[in-house]
Ligand binder design. Structure first.
Ligand code: AMP
Ligand code: MG
Length: 503
């Protein structure tokens, strides 16, 4: 892609916030970005800063709360060493191909080496129009940026690979959505922002060397152990494994991404782009919350399969690198894709065993889990709290607070069956219960709580947001003063709840 020159006069001030930025993506694959500057905002105000994440970046949080720091987080200044770029990507959206999407309201500022030695992207979202904006205003709304912050940090606390959220800054500028709403900029941090759609864009340029450089860059950043021999097939295999594991993690916590287009699927295996996402309350694989997902393509239960479909789109872009003989390439790539279902299945089943306090594998475990999920579905039981209640029952202190748990006990004797299975392993029940509580969250960002917190925040009251953030970022530690965050949505809430995309 031709770089659109930015005149010196248009350049924002450069300030030092203690970051020494690299620009390896921009340097390695110059065809896949446009150098671009953020658009200034009138009155930036720091709404929330993730001080722990700042420290993981080796950054003094004070440097980011200073006026220079806030200017960087708002896009009113750029950090020393930064070459802000809008990344190019394509994508299959709801199955249809869009050849040119790209960062229409986001910019990669560059990469920082974190304290653990990993290279991490620093990325602004809501930083103004770019050559990829199409009809959009390049801006982001405060509510959805706070939602992304909350969900990203909740996912991280649940030990699920994810892009992180560093800060949200309000801009002092209203934007036009469903009426006028406050604008904001989110700063996020990720292993990279390379998507399946980035590969699709590169492949469409018609120069296989660009795809090769993109793959080499991705391997170096995410799968450095891959050797030269058969490296592009090994890369596909690594991404397939990482994505199978990621989606298994989503399924285990009841997370619905909502818009699993190929432009929202990373090659790093991190979750990214929290738009119309949500956690499911009542268990039902058909659950959809997104306002734009009319056909239920990205319903909870479809996620594993649609993820494989997305990975097949990645495989197509790599074929010429896998083997110069296209038939051989297709055979080899298909063999790798064919491993997905069993890899996903074993990640998921092992995860379910752990959620149920089991350590050994038994052939009947799959049906034990299947029966539990059927019971939850038929009784519209709350997914998250069921597992906490099961652990509580092992301690003999189930207090009957949860109706769904009563159903499990009464309906068909599932709990007795599970208890017999635990009995075979012969482990101490208290120990098992404690282990279960370390993997089954008490607190997830439940939709009704998120809605209430974002509504309050957009009218200037950040207390509910901060309280919810504190709960979901220590999700396994049950605290009596937070009981209301563990409770299911009020009756009738789920049916009416809708999430919006691209807001
Ligand atoms: P998303 O739904 O956030 O994954 O975005 C899908 C595509 O639409 C990406 O190319 C975004 O950059 C673009 N996009 C979303 N919202 C806007 C906006 N307000 N202005 C410009 N581009 C946008
Ligand atoms: Mg996206």
């Amino acid at each position: 892609m031709t770089t659109i020159p930015v005149g010196a006069d248009d350049r924002l001030p450069m300030v030092d916030v203690g970051w020494s930025l690299d620009n390896t993506f921009a340097t390695d694959v110059p065809e896949l970005h446009v150098e671009w500057q953020p658009a200034s905002v009138p009155e930036p105000e720091l709404v929330t800063l993730n001080a722990d994440l700042a420290r993981e970046l080796g950054t003094d949080p004070g440097a980011l709360t200073s006026s220079d720091g806030v200017a960087v987080l708002a896009g009113n200044a750029t950090p020393v060493g930064s070459r802000p770029t809008a990344m190019a990507y394509a994508g299959h959206q709801f199955g249809g191909f869009s050849p040119r999407l790209g960062d229409g309201r986001a910019l990669l500022l560059g990469e920082v080496t974190g304290v653990d030695g990993r290279l991490l992207d620093i990325h602004l979202k809501g930083s103004g129009r770019t050559p990829f904006s199409r009809g959009g205003d390049g801006r982001a709304e405060l509510g959805p940026m706070l939602r992304e912050f909350l969900v990203a940090e909740a996912m991280h606390a649940l030990n699920i690979p994810t892009a992180r959220a560093l800060a949200v800054v309000s801009t002092g500028q209203d934007i036009e959505r469903r009426g006028n709403v406050p604008g904001a900029v989110l700063t996020r941090v990720a292993a990279s922002h390379i998507r399946v759609g980035t590969f699709e864009y590169a492949a469409r340029l018609g120069d296989i060397e660009v795809v090769r450089r993109l793959a080499d860059h991705s391997i170096q950043r995410h799968y450095a152990g891959i050797s030269d021999d058969g490296r592009y097939l090994a890369f596909l295999d690594a991404v397939v494994g990482a994505q199978a594991s990621l989606v298994a993690e989503w399924m285990l916590v009841g997370f619905i991404h909502g818009v699993m287009n190929t432009d929202n699927v990373t090659v790093s295996g991190e979750s990214i782009d929290y738009g119309p996402c949500a956690f499911m309350d009542r268990y039902d694989p058909k659950t959809v919350f997104s306002s734009i997902d009319h056909g239920g393509r990205y319903a909870f239960g479809n996620q594993p399969e649609v993820n494989l479909w997305n990975l097949a789109r990645l495989a197509e872009t790599l074929l010429p690198l896998i083997d110069s003989n296209s038939e051989h390439a297709v055979t080899a790539a298909t063999e790798v894709l064919d491993t997905y279902t069993s890899r996903f299945g074993s990640y998921w089943l092992n995860g379910m065993r752990t959620k149920l306090g089991l350590v050994d594998s038994e052939a009947a475990d799959e049906s034990l889990v299947g029966e539990l999920l059927d019971l939850l579905r038929v009784n519209s039981a709350d997914y998250t709290s069921t597992f906490r209640h099961l652990a509580r029952s092992l301690r003999g202190d189930d207090d009957g607070r949860d109706a769904s748990f009563g159903v499990l006990g009464g309906g068909g004797g599932w709990v007795e069956k599970w208890n017999r299975r635990l009995g075979q392993e012969g482990r101490d029940r208290e120990t098992v219960a404690d282990e279960m509580d370390r993997v089954n969250p008490a607190y997830v960002p439940r939709n009704h709580l998120v809605e209430a917190a974002l509504d309050a925040a957009t009218s200037g009251d950040f207390e509910p947001f901060n309280a919810l953030l504190a709960a979901v970022t220590a999700p396994f530690e049950e605290r009596s003063d937070l009981a209301r965050f563990a409770e299911p949505a009020p009756e009738g809430f789920d049916g009416s709840f809708t999430t919006y995309c691209g807001t």
